[in-house]
Design a protein around this ligand. Structure first.
Ligand code: HEC
Length: 138
């Protein structure tokens, strides 16, 4: 009887582990599908598009997109500490963008641009480590 209980317990542990791994992968995919939308909204406002000298910089739009991306990044589930550390980098650069664009002070556009380059590299770092073969951009 005791042996049978161990067998059942073992099966439950294996089933939970399998469910855990699939949920983990699905969650990166879902979170990233949303992240790319926010990323592009910020990117569109880099002040470098032709004709941008005629358009006022959209501080509010950038702040809103970065705030949503930051919130979304917080929902990511981590299977190991490297995954968590890279996600933390992404969150840090997003925080800088929220602060700079939110203040809309002198030099804010440059500050956002600076953080955007680090954000790009941080998103890319995770893809390089976990999904090299997918050749994701970033
Ligand atoms: C902690 C790791 C991690 C971070 C940080 C990360 N990604 Fe991802 N991303 C992944 C993984 C893993 C996949 C592959 C998901 C799959 O299996 O299809 C992915 C997939 C994607 C995809 C393809 C989604 C699709 O349609 O299938 C895009 C686009 C993307 N990421 C954008 C981003 C952007 C933009 C950022 C930064 C704001 C970012 N990612 C940050 C891990 C990460």
């Amino acid at each position: 009887m005791k042996g049978k209980n161990f067998f059942v317990a073992g099966l439950i542990v294996v089933a939970m582990f399998m469910a855990g791994t699939t949920v983990g992968f699905a969650s990166d995919k879902e979170i990233c599908k949303e992240q790319i939308k926010h990323y592009q909204l910020i990117k569109m406002n880099d002040g470098l598009l032709p004709g941008d000298e005629f358009n006022p910089y959209d501080y509010k739009g950038v702040t809103a997109a970065a705030t949503k991306a930051l919130e979304n990044e917080g929902k990511r589930e981590h299977g190991d500490k490297n995954h968590a550390a890279i996600s933390k980098l992404v969150a840090t650069h997003l925080e800088h963008i929220v602060t700079a664009a939110g203040a809309a002070a002198e030099g804010a556009i440059e500050s956002v641009g600076h953080s955007m380059r680090f954000l790009y590299l941080s998103c890319k770092a995770c893809h390089k480590v976990y999904r090299t073969e997918m050749r994701l951009r970033p």
